[in-house]
Structures are given as structure tokens and as C-alpha cells.
Ligand binder design. Structure first.
Ligand SMILES: *Cc1c(COP(=O)(O)O)cnc(C)c1O
Length: 416
């Protein structure tokens, strides 16, 4: 819909991608505003107030993207002080922010308390104590949710599965009640909610609904003891289609969640979607440098590598790769690999692609965990980012100039 061929040219909305590659250079991330809004709407239309949606900033934290979402009334799920600063710089409201993460520092807690965030998602007994201390020192009361580990199998890649009891995340079910009682007793904490996040790129609703049953039971139990939990945050993790997978019907999942929670009065439901909002709203453009025939296989060497898009190297993730200009040439079977000096530096294995030097390829579904995971490895400046709105393309992050690569570095003066 937002990335389609028109007269054999791949477009982002009404912008031909070939022209964007020419104008802004490659590697280049291109996002579609219409797709971003449509993805958001898919959630928002079946999620009436007081329920809340907190976009997971780590999926794509470009200020322009955050700003678009803030204008739609999004809240934000952050995992660092840096992400909070980004949200505020992008025009997001502190009181719409939930702060996740297993190892928040005192400085991050202080910063978030001073800004007045909505809630800290606390992951351990030790973090609870630390937050109570930091809040006491500021003479504040910290709003808290406990991140519970419901121990359900999300049936996804082990690196992005977070809800099993073997993961580093969350508070074990067996400790949950005791810790909730303790949290409720601490003077500088206000225990408002419970949350969970069972993993990412989850394609079926059933693991989420199983987790919801467990979490709702816990809320009923705590309420019966007089601990009045007011919100349940079910996290993110809704998957998208990278390779013809059939993702869950989001509306159906959201409605089922609301049904399950119906008998629990005065309970705000929250979600923290990241990938499902930005994943298919972005592509990465890369230019072919060389065709390199090998003994066993042929390589297509392109100008984007694992430093630009880490997911294939890190998770063996699949991204579709298609030429921005359709041709009648016979495709050959190639490994699409980058310029980085690592054997793990690939974008796709054994792909059927017809491309020659100078052609531009689009790596699809690169809007989430694309730019945000990129690095300067091999002293490669990070890619530029563009947001397309109809027939207009806005540069939302300039390509890094070389000098920026060593910004802050210093030579050591010789001393005798
Ligand atoms: C990463 C993360 C999310 C977002 O996950 P998606 O799979 O991108 O939806 C939400 N909540 C928490 C706590 C996370 O760590």
C-alpha cells in the first residue's frame, strides 16, 4: 500500500525511491507517514480512553517519528534516560511515559521523577528499594508498576522471548504477591499497576491472552487484599509479516483483552507496541557496488551492512530485498552482503534478484529496530533518514559527516 510499484518503479507513497536514493544518497532509511498513521490507527480505533497506548521508543526513536506519534496522542515506553530526553525533545509529554528496563540507574530514576513520568515499570526487589530511596531523597512519591513474568512461551526467537522464567526480565510469579505487598508498604512509592512484556515478533494472540489471564488473576487477588491495582500494561510484542507470515488480527486481540478485563472495574489497560507501529512503515535503500561470482555462490555486494541493519546478523532475521526498478532480466541466486569486515555481515542469503552495479535495492520492513540498532562499526557514518508524506520527502536525519565519527575523541599529549 505505502510501498508499491508504479510503472515498474518502487514508490514510497508518491515518491519514487530511485529518486530519493539519488537525492539523499545510500544507505537511506525511508519511512511512510501514511503507513505510520494507519498502523497507529489500527490500535487506537479499538482502544477507547481511559486505555492507553505507549509507543516503544527503542523501535524507532527519530524525533520526527516521535513527534508524529505525540501529535496522535501517543504515550511512550522508554528504556533509558536518553529515550526520555528524546521524547521530551520531540514534544511528547512526560506524564504519558512509562519507564521499562532491568537496570535503571539512580541518575535515570532522578531525571524521570523530576520530569514527572506516568509510571516506573519495576523489575526486581532491589530496584524497588532503589526507587524508594531516590524518591525519598527528592521528597517525591514514585508511581510504580511491577513487571511480572507470567512464564508463558511466546513462540518466537529465543533472543526476543522475554516472558519465560529463564529470562533476565521481570519478577517471578512466585514472588509477585509478596513484592506487591512490600511495594504497597513503602512510603515513597505509589503502586499503581502491573505490567508484563512476553517477547517480540509474536504472531499469535494466544500467548498474550494466556498472559492476560494470569495477570488479571493476580490483580483480582491483590485487590481482594486491599491492594488496589489500577492499570494493567500488557507490553508490546505484536509481530509483523517479514516473510509471508500471517500476523494476528490486532483489533481482535485488543477487543478480546478488553473482554477479559471487563469484570475488573476501574482498570485502565495499556499496551506498548513498537514494531507493529513502525516496522512496515520503513525500508532501507542500498546501492549495489559489485557482483562477485564465487565458487559455491554468488555475492551481491551492497553499500549497507550490519552496522546499518543489524537484525539479519543478530537474529538471523529475514528481510525481503527487492529492486526499486523492476526489470525483465533473469534473476540469479545471490547472497546480499555488506562491506563490513565480518562473515556475519549479510542482509539476505540465497535471494533471487536481478541487479547490476549501481542498481538500488530496497530492504523491506526496516522501520523497526533498523536505524536504532545501527552503529559506526568500521567507521561507517550512520545512514540518513527520510519521512515521505504524499509526494514530499523530508530529511529527518542527515547522514553523519565523517568528522562526527571522532567527535569527543582526543589525542594524548606526550609528557616527559
Ligand atoms: C521492546 C519492548 C517493547 C516493544 O516491543 P515490540 O516487539 O517492538 O512491540 C515493549 N515493551 C517493552 C518492555 C520492551 O522491552
Amino acid at each position: 500500500m505505502s510501498f508499491d510499484y508504479l510503472q515498474q518503479q518502487l514508490h514510497a507513497e508518491q515518491c519514487p525511491l530511485n529518486e530519493l536514493a539519488e537525492r539523499f544518497g545510500t544507505p537511506l532509511f525511508v519511512y511512510s507517514k501514511a503507513q505510520l498513521l494507519a498502523n497507529w490507527q489500527q490500535f487506537a480505533k479499538v482502544w477507547p480512553a481511559p486505555h492507553r497506548l505507549c509507543y516503544a521508543v527503542k523501535a524507532n526513536s527519530n524525533l520526527a517519528i516521535l513527534n508524529q506519534l505525540a501529535k496522535l496522542g501517543a504515550g511512550f515506553d522508554i528504556v533509558s534516560g536518553g529515550e526520555l530526553a528524546r521524547v521530551l525533545a520531540a514534544g511528547g509529554r512526560a506524564d504519558s511515559v512509562v519507564f521499562s528496563g532491568v537496570a535503571k540507574t539512580r541518575a535515570e530514576m532522578r531525571y524521570a521523577l523530576e520530569q514527572g513520568i506516568y509510571c516506573f515499570n519495576v523489575e526486581s526487589a532491589a530496584e524497588l528499594e532503589r526507587l524508594n530511596d531516590v524518591a525519598a531523597a527528592l521528597d517525591k512519591v514514585a508511581p510504580v508498576s511491577l513487571r511480572i513474568n507470567p512464564d508463558v512461551d511466546a513462540q518466537t526467537h529465543p533472543y526476543i522471548s522475554t516472558g519465560l522464567k529463564t529470562n533476565k526480565f521481570g519478577i517471578a510469579m512466585t514472588d509477585a504477591v509478596a513484592l506487591a505487598r512490600h511495594a504497597a508498604s513503602l512510603k515513597n512509592l505509589n503502586l499503581k499497576g502491573l505490567d508484563c512484556h512476553i517477547g517480540s515478533q509474536i504472531l499469535k494472540a494466544s500467548p498474550f491472552l494466556d498472559a492476560a489471564d494470569i495477570m488479571l488473576d493476580l490483580i483480582r487477588q491483590l485487590r481482594s487484599e486491599g491492594i488496589h491495582i489500577r492499570h494493567l500494561d500488557m507490553g508490546g510484542g505484536m509481530g509483523i509479516s517479514y516473510n509471508h507470515e500471517q500476523p494476528m488480527d490486532v483489533s481482535d486481540y485488543l477487543l478480546k483483552l478488553q473482554q477479559k478485563a471487563q469484570d475488573v472495574t476501574d482498570l485502565t489497560l495499556m499496551l506498548e507496541p513498537g514494531r507493529a507501529i513502525v516496522g512496515n512503515a520503513g525500508v532501507m535503500l542500498t546501492r549495489v557496488e559489485f557482483n562477485k561470482p564465487g565458487l559455491d555462490k554468488n555475492f551481491l555486494l551492497v553499500d549497507a551492512g550490519m552496522n546499518d541493519l543489524l537484525r539479519p546478523a543478530l537474529y538471523q532475521a529475514y528481510h525481503d530485498i527487492i529492486p526499486v526498478r523492476q526489470s525483465d532480466a533473469e534473476p540469479s541466486i545471490v547472497d546480499v552482503v555488506g562491506p563490513v569486515c565480518e562473515t556475519g555481515d549479510f542482509l539476505g542469503h540465497a535471494r533471487h534478484i536481478a541487479a547490476v552495479e549501481g542498481d538500488v535495492l530496497a530492504v523491506l520492513n526496516a522501520g523497526a529496530y533498523g536505524f536504532t540498532m545501527s552503529s559506526n562499526y568500521n567507521s561507517r557514518p550512520r545512514a540518513a533518514e527520510v519521512l515521505v508524506d504524499g509526494d514530499r520527502a523530508h530529511l529527518i536525519r542527515a547522514r553523519e559527516p565523517l568528522e562526527q565519527l571522532w567527535q569527543g575523541e582526543q589525542l594524548v599529549e606526550e609528557s616527559r
